[in-house]
Structure formats: C-alpha cells, structure tokens
Write a protein that binds this ligand. Structure first.
Ligand code: MN
Length: 227
C-alpha cells in the first residue's frame, strides 16, 4: 500500500434510524425546486429544468452539533430541505427506477451566505463559497426509505420557536425520482451520495445564538444552534 504523505481525511457519516451510520461520498443540492421560493428569489418557476450545485461532504453538521457562524458574510440564511440518501447508484437512471436507489430520507438545512451568492450571481461567478463553506449542511438522522412517502408531507423550519418556513413536499416542482434521474444524466451516482432537494419559501437570516429546528412529516427533524 502506498504511504500517505499527509494524514487521511476522516469519512463523514450521518446517524440513521437503524443505529448504524451512513457514510457520505458526495453532497448535491437542487436549486429552486419549489415555485414559491423561485418567485421569492426573483425567478419564474415554470418548467425551468432542475439545476444542481454541491457542498463538500465534510460540510455536514450531524448529531445535533452546534453550527459556527461562518466568516465573510453578514447574511447567513436557512433553507430547510428533504435530504435523499442513496444506497445505490448508476448513470442515466430512468425515473421509474430512481426511488429504488434510495436508502433513506432526512431533514437538512442548506445554509447559504446569501450576500456572497447575490454577488456571485451579479458577477456571473460560481456559487461555491456561498453554498459550500465549512459547517454549511446541518442534517438530522436518516430514516430508512421503507414506509416513507416522499411525494407529500409538511416541511417546516422554526427559528427560536418561531415558524419561518412552511411548505409541503407536494409543492416540489421536480419529484425526488425526477431529480435523481436528472442528476444521473450529468454525473454517476453512487452509494453514499446525499441529495438536498430544494427549499420552500420563507428563507431568511439567522444570527449567532439562534436555534434552528427543521421537520418533515414522516421523515424526522434536524436541530442546530448557530454559535
Ligand atoms: Mn437550497
């Protein structure tokens, strides 16, 4: 075996409802997958095809840990999302086969440095550092897919006990199966991939000390304190 010249990075893992932990390979995210959120961001949601961006796997915040407020932003915003955890993979996956790849579902928060994202949009630059910074992806326990119906159910987020986001998975423009199929046409998917599937409207700023709690009916919760 080749000697490693620096210490090997740790493998990010997420707790599951079975007691085991889910090893994470990649984290993908979908943009503007709820019409009302697309409109609040200034876009027409009608039949815009799904588009994707990523976060580093080690950006995950798990097990209810605190989330440090990130540097170089004055506008950190919450986006509560259904997270799909893949137990299978492939390329050019048909929509009819896509849900067969899913190991489970969780609730996640796509934390966003909105001021950096706005500047990137204005200048035609990548979103990477607006979306993919350290600790940018709090995620809750992954519930095994059996018995979970990903096509409907309330999705909400509270900040300090006050309701900020309230939607329903039924309002997703692209279903979980359609999203997996679309992503698999661009990249090969594999066990260990997570997919954040977009946020309903009501995104907004958070401050140090805020406690964020996201929940999806039948899936679970995610909770973190911004410190
Ligand atoms: Mn998002």
């Amino acid at each position: 075996m080749t000697d490693l010249v620096v210490p090997a990075p740790g493998l990010p893992t997420v707790p599951t409802g079975t007691g085991g932990r889910f090893p994470v390979r990649r984290v993908y995210c979908v943009g503007r997958n709820y019409a009302a959120h697309a409109r609040e961001m200034g876009h027409d949601p009608d039949r815009e095809p799904p588009f994707f961006f990523g976060k580093p796997a080690d950006a995950l915040v798990t097990d209810g840990a605190d989330t440090p407020y990130p540097p170089v932003t004055a506008r950190l915003e919450h986006e509560v999302e259904l997270v799909v955890a893949l137990g299978g993979g492939g390329r050019d996956v048909p929509v009819a086969d896509a849900l067969g790849l899913v190991w489970g579902y969780a609730v996640g928060i796509d934390l966003t440095r909105r001021d950096l994202q706005a500047e990137a949009k204005r200048l035609g630059r990548p979103w990477d550092l607006a979306k993919g910074f350290d600790h940018s992806a709090p995620v809750g326990t992954i519930t095994p897919a059996a018995g979970v119906e990903p096509t409907s159910g309330a999705i909400v987020l509270d900040v300090d006990g006050e309701l900020r986001q309230s939607g329903d998975l039924a309002d997703q423009i692209w279903s979980v199966a359609e999203t997996i199929a679309a992503l698999s046409r661009s990249v090969g998917l594999a066990p260990g991939d997570l997919l954040f599937t977009g946020t309903p409207d009501g995104v907004g700023p958070v401050a140090r000390g805020s406690v964020l709690r996201g929940a999806i009916d039948g899936v679970g919760v995610v909770e973190t304190r911004i410190v």
